[in-house]
Every structure is written in C-alpha cells, then in structure tokens.
Design a protein around this ligand. Sequence first.
Ligand code: MN
Length: 446
Amino acid sequence: NQLNLRFRDYSFNSRKLTTMHPTNDPELKSFINTEPDSHFPIQNLPYGVCSPKEGGSAFICTAIGNYVLNLAELEQAGVFDGPELDGKRPFSELALNTFLSMGHKAWMEARSVISNLLDADEPSLRDNESLRELVLIPMDKVEMLLPVRIGDYTDFYSSEQHALNVGTMFRGVENALKPNWRHLPVGYHGRSSSVVVSGTDIHRPQGQILSGDGETPGFHPSDRVDFELEVGFITGEGNRLGEPIPVNKAREHIFGLVLVNDWSARDIQKWEYQPLGPFLAKNWATSISPWIVTLDALEPFRTGGPQQDPKPLPYLRSDRGWYDIELEVYLQGEQMQEPHRMAASNYKYLYWNMNQQLAHQTITGCDVQPGDLYASGTISGPLEDSYGSLLELSWNGERPLKLPNGEERAFLRDGDTVTMTGYARGDGYRIGFGEVKGKILPAKEL
Ligand code: MN
C-alpha cells in the first residue's frame, strides 16, 4: 500500500513562555466587540493595505473584529509619536515596506500604541465619535490589496511528509527523499511579479505537456492544475550583500506570516523540471492572504519542532521558529452549494523552520530586502486528510476525491474556487489569518 508510509512522530516539546508581552494577554478586551471565533481580536493586530469600495485612496490598516482601522489617518492625527516612529510616517505610504524596514523596536512600538488605543478601558478613541467614524471602517466596505511590494519570492520544500509523499509517487518509497533533504532546506527562486492577493481569479495555464507514454510533447491547457497549502514569511530589515544572516538572528529579520496558495500545473512541471526544477509550472500565479500576522502576535503559539536527524550543520541549528497554526483548504465547484473541506494541516508540521530557511537562503551572502516572501512549501501532515495538495490527496490522480454533490476531483476544474484559512487557537480567542481565495478560470485562447 503506497499510502502506508513511514510517518514521523510529531510529538512536540511543549514550551511555556516565561514572560508575556502585555499586547498578548488573553484577558485583553477591545471596545470593538469580537466573537471568540473572530480571526481579529485585539491580541492579533495584523497589517494590511486596503482601499474603500466606494472610492478614495488606499491606506495601511489593521483589523479589529469586523472593522479595519485606518493607520494612515491615526498617524496624521499624531498617535504614533514614540521614539521609533515619530516623524517617520511609515503608515502614510501605500505598502508596508518602509515600516518593515524599521525593525523590531518600531514594530513593537506600533503594536503597543494600537493595542492601547483599542483597549476597552482607553477612552481616547472609544469616546471620540468623529475620530471613530474616520478611522474605523466596516471590513465589507473595503477591498484588500497586496500588503507589500514583494521584491523577491522563494519557495521552500520543507514538509517532510509532502516530500515523502511526492517522492514515493515518482521514485518509490525507498528513494522518496533525495540524499540532501535532511541536510538542507531545499528551495527554488520563484516569481514575485505573479504574486497576487486573495480574491484574484486565475486563468488555467497552457504549455508543453508530455502525455502518457508519448515521446514528444503536445501543447494544450494543463489538465493537472493544483493548489499547494503553504505559509510564507515576510522579511523585515534586510542584510547587506555578502553578509549572511546568522540563524540565531533570523527572528529579528522576520516581520510576520501570510497564507500562500502556490498554484501548480503538475503536467507542465513533470515535463520541464529536470534538471533545474520548476519553471513555468509555478510562475503563473501565487496567491497570498492580505493580512500579515506578526510574529509578535504569534509568540504565545511558538512550539517545538520535530527531532532533526541528522543534526543540522552548525549554521542551520535552531530550535525556535515553529508555530502551532491550524490550516484548512476548502474547494467549491460551480455546481456546489457550499465549500467542502479537502484537508486540514498545521504549520508546526514543517521539518525545517523559518529561521533555518532564512539562514540557509543567506549563507552565501545573498541579500534579502524588506517585504520579500519566503514560502514554506506544501505543508502536509501525517494523516491522509492532512495532505496539502490534490496531487497527494488524490495520490497522483489515481484516487479522485468524492465531493458531497457526487462529483469527483483529481485535479482542479474550471470554475473551482479554492479557499485556504488558518489560525492559532488561544484560550477563548484566535489569532487568525483570514483567508486566501482564488478561482480557476478557463485557459486564455492564444
Ligand atoms: Mn510550493
């Protein structure tokens, strides 16, 4: 049985925090009411960029309950007057890159100011009706945009279960993992130009495809369009060319996380990928969720990772950088009444953590910049319903999945909408990511 793999034991060393920042206090309440299952309680305060649907200019914002909070207006009003932010006006821009470049002290200053401003016991915004009207806008009245200008995009391949599944399918269980896999976080350089925000619909790509036992390729729309359930980190302050980021300093260079759907064309990939890896199979679209959830908000959900054997080389040794974030993928075809859950996984299932990924990326002296995107690779858990791609869920198309309305899916059809969501589960609250959503449209005629 091909599915009967050697599963890794995901027994995590649980970690108790010795200190907790006041902005992470589970008891904190905002004067804006948030339900226990809201993704955006006062403990979260993610960053995004939105524009009013009724017109008007875009602005940097945070989310609280069902509202966005306009940080550009608050900056104009002089709210951010602490030592790190005063006079610098990073929130008056149309992307978060400048704020990201300012470093962790500035991020914590902003987080503390916003948390205090939204606190149920703080009257300055709560009791100022005209300021409230100006800066708090119902979320359904705005359209979310890309939160950063993404300079570079790397996609890793850091889930052992995913690598085992795909390797087993194509090379057999004995050769599933290549010899390098447990020594370094395998990755490739992707395309930042085609990173799009949630809600952007995507045309099915076409290209060279070698069918069945053929020897020469045909040219047609991909028959094997797939999603990949991933989480990406967004970099803050970068490094100079030639100066690696040490693994124990990587945390200071990472601002926060987004959900990533790394759309893939498996048949195009299969023909083109040797010997240099994915090229066109993955360059046509990568979708991200619009809110960057900060590592500072996720700190209470940091967790231990899997035992790494063999022990990584010294430049890759890090036991921090895993977070307990529940992830789900839903699919809704055009004939379906509601989305159907295809898989549930968790960010903690990664073998290589984000600090190791960033240390590896920069060990040659490669420079990163504020607002770069580093995706985890497909995150598959140990169970068959925790696999993060249709390639794995349908086992290379051999076992199509049954949908509630009787349809089957091995790969995506035109009109299918894929929605991914994720959150860390606190006691009575959630630190959520919202969602990343996209619909597959028919291929464009040449
Ligand atoms: Mn990927």
